[in-house]
Design a protein around this ligand. Structure first.
Ligand SMILES: [Zn+2]
Length: 92
């Protein structure tokens, strides 16, 4: 029974980590991993849409949004890769 508890806790912690990576509420990831094990992990992964991941990258400063076409570009970029509009330097 100790092994069962350990495995359940492991899934919950991994679920939380996946939730954080995918921009999902970490408590949801924890509960899904705890209750559903590997299926919960897959569920948590699926919850994080591409849009959410973009938002996470924006928050982390890994991407900047072009104010001309709203596409995401790398912070090092001088011009937007989509519309070639000059990007403002990344200042928060
Ligand atoms: Zn652009």
């Amino acid at each position: 029974m100790i092994a069962f508890g350990l495995i359940t806790t492991l899934f919950a912690v991994v679920g939380m980590a996946i939730a954080r990576e995918r921009g999902v509420d970490m408590l949801s990831g924890f509960c899904l991993g705890l209750l559903l094990g590997p299926f919960g992990l897959v569920g948590t992964y699926m919850l994080g849409s591409t849009d959410d991941r973009d938002e996470v990258m924006l928050k982390k400063g890994q991407r900047v949004r072009c104010n001309q076409c709203a596409e995401l570009a790398r912070p090092e970029a001088v011009v937007c890769p989509s519309c070639h509009h000059a990007l403002a330097p990344a200042v928060e």
